[in-house]
Design a protein around this ligand. Structure first.
Ligand SMILES: [Zn+2]
Length: 63
C-alpha cells in the first residue's frame, strides 16, 4: 500500500511518463481511499488538461 508521499510522487511522474500497471493500480487504490490525494490528483489533472489544451491551440495557430 502506498503512503501519501509515494502517491504524490507517482502522480507527478504520471504526467511525464507512462506508469506501469502496478504503479497505476497502487495509485488508484490509494487515491480512492485518501481524500487529500484524491483532491491533489483532481487538481493535477486540471492543470494537465489545461496544458494539453494550450498546446492544441498552439498547433492551430501554427497552421
Ligand atoms: Zn494520500
Amino acid at each position: 500500500m502506498l503512503n501519501c508521499k509515494e502517491a504524490n510522487r507517482l502522480m507527478s511522474q504520471e504526467l511525464d511518463r507512462k506508469l506501469s500497471w502496478s504503479e497505476r493500480f497502487g495509485l488508484k487504490l490509494h487515491v480512492s481511499m485518501c481524500d487529500g490525494c484524491s483532491n491533489a490528483r483532481k487538481q493535477m489533472g486540471v492543470v494537465h488538461n489545461a496544458c494539453k489544451h494550450a498546446f492544441g491551440l498552439d498547433d492551430k495557430t501554427n497552421q
